[in-house]
Design a protein around this ligand. Structure first.
Ligand code: ADP
Length: 191
C-alpha cells in the first residue's frame, strides 16, 4: 500500500479486489442505464447480491438514466460497506469530448456524496479504464489529482480514500504517479 497524506487525511493506493475491502462506501464503475454489466460492476453485484439491483431498478424507474460524470447511491447488500455509489464514467472517444471533466466529476460527486452521508472511508476502482477504454495513465492522474484536491478543499468526515487497483501493474502506475505528486508537494511546501 502507498499513502499520500492530505493533512490528517489519507489517500491510500491499494492493490486488490474492491469487493473484499471494508469501507463505508464502495464506488462502482456503472453504466448510464444502471443496469449492471461486466468488470467491476459484475463483481460488485455478484458479491453484494440482489438487494443492490432491486434498489438500483427503483432508482432507474424514477430517474431514467444517469449521465456520465454522475452517480447514484444504493445499499451495499452483502458487501463489507454501508453504501455503493454507482458512478457513470465516460466512454473514451478521442479525449476531446469532455471525457476528462466527466471522469473528474465521477470522483468529486462520489466524495461529495460521502461527505453528505457523514462517512469516513470510501474506495474507488479505476473508473472507465476497462471496457470504457480510458487510457490508464491519464485516468490514474485524474483520479489522484482530483481526490487530493478535494481532500485539501474539504474539511469533514471523509478521512480515508482508497484507490483500488486490480493488478500489480496497474498498482505500479498509480504508485509511480503518486511519488511524483508527493515530491512536487514536498518541493512546493519548502519553497
Ligand atoms: P469501465 O466500464 O468503467 O471501464 P470496468 O469494470 O470495465 O469499468 O473496469 C474498470 C477498472 O476496474 C479496470 O481497471 C479493471 O481492471 C478494474 N476492476 C475489475 N474488477 C475489479 C475488482 N473486483 N476490484 C477492483 N477493480 C476491478
Amino acid at each position: 500500500m502507498f499513502v499520500l497524506n492530505a493533512g490528517s487525511r489519507e489517500l491510500q493506493l491499494v492493490e486488490g479486489d474492491i469487493t473484499k475491502i471494508a469501507v463505508d462506501a464502495i464506488v462502482n464503475a456503472a453504466n448510464s442505464h444502471l443496469a449492471g454489466g461486466g468488470g467491476v460492476d459484475g463483481a460488485i453485484h455478484a458479491a453484494g447480491g440482489p438487494e443492490i439491483m432491486s434498489e438500483l431498478s427503483a432508482i432507474r424507474q424514477r430517474i431514467g438514466r444517469c449521465p456520465a460524470g454522475g452517480a447514484v447511491a444504493t445499499n451495499a447488500g452483502r458487501l463489507p460497506a454501508k453504501f455503493v455509489f454507482h458512478a457513470v464514467g465516460p466512454i473514451y472517444g478521442d479525449g476531446k469530448a469532455g471525457e476528462a471533466a466527466q471522469l473528474e466529476s465521477c470522483y468529486r460527486t462520489c466524495l461529495n456524496m460521502a461527505a453528505e452521508r457523514k462517512i469516513e472511508t470510501i474506495s474507488f476502482p479505476s473508473i472507465s479504464t476497462g471496457a470504457y477504454g480510458y487510457p490508464f495513465h491519464d485516468a490514474s492522474l485524474i483520479a489522484l489529482q482530483t481526490v487530493m484536491a478535494w481532500l485539501k478543499a474539504h474539511a469533514g468526515p471523509v478521512s480515508v480514500v482508497k484507490l483500488v487497483q486490480f493488478s500489480a501493474s496497474d498498482h505500479r502506475v498509480y504508485c509511480n504517479l503518486a511519488r511524483k505528486i508527493q515530491s512536487s508537494l514536498a518541493s512546493g511546501a519548502s519553497s
